[in-house]
Design a protein around this ligand. Structure first.
Ligand code: KG4
Ligand code: ZN
Length: 378
């Protein structure tokens, strides 16, 4: 059933696109011009609402989105200096995420598009993270550099919910080739931060502590913080062993696990507990080494890739960014890292990808019959 405008009044690219993002605990709206120029990027974070629970409470998140979505959209239009009537397309992240949170964004986007008589498009949040690095700096008057030369590219999404590798033929065509078999890297960061008693959100707090004490880091593999290889040719990730290693290093091996602990079973001396700063620095070193190891394997397997595209909240990590720059220099391969404001959840990446996808709308199907979907498409 077609319930609204499907093509609008122009057949070419949409110049001004409004993006809306509400998949988790950030209410965000953005205006993007020509698919890559960010005219505004407004993010209302709910961290203060969830801090006492040390994690996102879905019911609180969706209620807060409903309260904030209108002022946040208004704020994005004002900051961009455009009126609603100038917007030509509305893009929304409709998957994956918390269902109650996604519904707020999808309903707002559809309602706005329908009332304005303009088209609407739904975007996969994880694919949008890969697009974030292609966004130009705010209102840069210089011509944007073409991105075609970067493709085919190897994509890496590292966030609170995902740790996945992609083969990307273009900014809009990415196929998942590997993922985590247990925890996502961001989830491991958040859990280890909680174990160490660091403030919520855990990832950035752990990063800061680790960076300040980098010199105290132990040797991950040798000192019991595993870099998960899984199998010699595996591109998949695993972080649960590393998370447990951090827990035991900080609190000691619990009585119930002592017989199973490999080092104790080999008759090695009881491992000493370590200070939080040293655990943080070693965990960070091992987590980043795991990512770099798998990227190395993937680049060996797919040597035709011309660039590395990275996105997701953990791409803000200080050690990861410097290690990726090193890898890029070593392999003479461009690494495309988002500017810090586009690493965490934001609506600029949604508007940008939505704008690019709009050109291929024939293969997407009728966007008006799209709903909110908690799981990822690929
Ligand atoms: O992409 P994102 O905003 O939300 C999801 O789609 O999941 O990523 C959030 C994740 C959280 O786990 C957060 O702790 C982590 O990204 N994160 C970091 C850093 N900044 C955010 N992890 C490590 N180092 C950071 N600097
Ligand atoms: Zn995200």
């Amino acid at each position: 059933m077609t319930v609204g405008p499907t093509s609008g009044h122009r057949s070419g690219p949409r110049r001004l696109v409004l993006g809306i993002e509400t998949s988790c605990d950030e209410t965000a709206a953005s205006v993007v011009e020509d698919s890559r120029r960010v005219r505004s990027n407004i993010i209302a974070s709910q961290h203060d609402l969830h801090a006492e629970y040390r994690g996102v409470v879905p019911e609180i998140a969706s209620r807060a989105h409903a309260e904030r979505i209108t002022p946040v959209v208004r704020g994005a239009l004002e900051a961009a200096g455009v009126s609603l009537t100038e917007i030509e397309l509305i893009a929304v992240g409709n998957r994956p995420g918390l269902i109650g949170s996604l519904l707020v964004g999808v309903a707002a986007a559809k309602g706005l598009a329908l009332s304005l008589g303009i088209p609407f498009i739904a975007v996969d949040h994880v694919h949008a993270h890969l697009y974030a690095g292609l966004l130009g700096r705010d209102c840069d008057p210089a011509p944007l550099r073409p991105v075609e030369e970067l493709f085919p590219a190897l994509g890496l999404v590292i966030s609170g919910g995902h740790t996945s590798l992609y083969l990307c033929q273009s900014p809009t065509r990415c196929t998942r080739i590997a993922g985590t078999i247990d925890d996502a890297i961001g989830e491991a960061y958040d859990k280890v931060a909680a174990i160490l008693g660091l403030p919520f959100p855990g990832g950035p707090s752990l990063d800061r502590l680790a960076a300040a004490h980098a010199a105290a880091a132990l040797e991950p593999d040798r000192d019991g913080f595993p870099i998960a290889r899984i199998a010699p040719d595996s591109l998949d990730f695993s972080f649960s062993g590393l998370k447990t290693a951090a827990l035991y290093a900080y609190r000691g091996v619990p009585e119930s696990r002592r017989v199973k602990d490999k080092r104790l079973a080999r008759g090695e001396p009881d491992p000493v507990t370590r200070p939080a700063a040293q655990v943080a620095a070693t965990f960070q070193r091992a987590a980043v080494a795991t990512i770099v190891l798998k990227l190395g394997r993937a680049l060996e397997r797919y040597p035709h890739c011309r660039a590395l595209l990275v996105g997701g909240g953990v791409s803000a990590n200080s050690l990861l960014r410097s290690e990726l720059e090193r890898l890029a220099a070593e392999r003479r391969l461009p690494v495309v890292l988002p500017a810090l404001e586009y690493c965490l959840d934001n609506a600029a990446m949604i508007a940008g990808l939505g704008s690019a996808l709009w050109l291929e709308r024939d293969r997407i199907g009728d966007p008006w019959s799209t709903g909110a979907v908690p799981t990822t498409g690929s």
